[in-house]
Design a protein around this ligand. Structure first.
Ligand code: 4NP
Length: 154
């Protein structure tokens, strides 16, 4: 089982979008039984809240199924329970490391580092551009899956 945790600041926009998009991606390839996929926040601001309505709308426009979402904060136990901890931007990675203290098993990645772009995914909470976010997540998630396949993990 490959355990993947997507992480952003609030766990109401980017990381739940990544969670549901990656669930859809692996389901369409009939490999969903090999994965556990969840998402978390680094901040406490939105804990307990549902996904942002704009993020839900963008997923719905692209026929990505969702289930009931409740924003949760990353804990140090998550570090031990997951194989891949995937953040959205440099600031996220710094906040992840602050929570987990030390990435001794080298599990922490930035999503677009799996692509040629090697850049941050901007926060759509501030940019209000969920199209760019969706497209960048899509590119990052496909590259991440290719990485796992090439590594022989899937
Ligand atoms: P996310 O977006 O990290 O993609 O979920 C944000 C959601 C909420 C806040 C910031 C970013 N906030 O400041 O409450």
């Amino acid at each position: 089982m490959i355990k993947v945790l997507f992480v952003c600041l609030g766990n109401i926009c980017r990381s739940p979008m990544a969670e549901y998009m990656f669930k859809d991606l692996v389901k369409k390839r009939n490999i969903d039984n090999k994965f556990i996929i969840e998402s978390r926040a680094t901040s406490s601001e939105e804990i307990g809240n549902d996904m942002d309505i704009r993020a839900k709308r963008k997923l719905s426009e692209n026929n990505i199924p969702i289930s009931k979402h409740t924003a949760k904060k990353l804990t140090i136990d998550d570090y031990y329970n997951f194989d891949y901890i995937i953040g959205m931007e440099k600031a996220n990675i710094i906040n992840i490391l602050r929570i987990i203290k030390e990435d001794k098993d080298e599990k922490v990645y930035r999503l677009l580092d799996f692509t040629n772009k090697k850049k941050d995914i901007d926060d759509p909470w501030y940019t209000n551009n969920f199209d760019i976010t969706y497209n960048e997540l899509n590119e990052g998630l496909n590259s991440f899956l290719t990485y796992l396949i090439e590594k022989g993990e899937v």
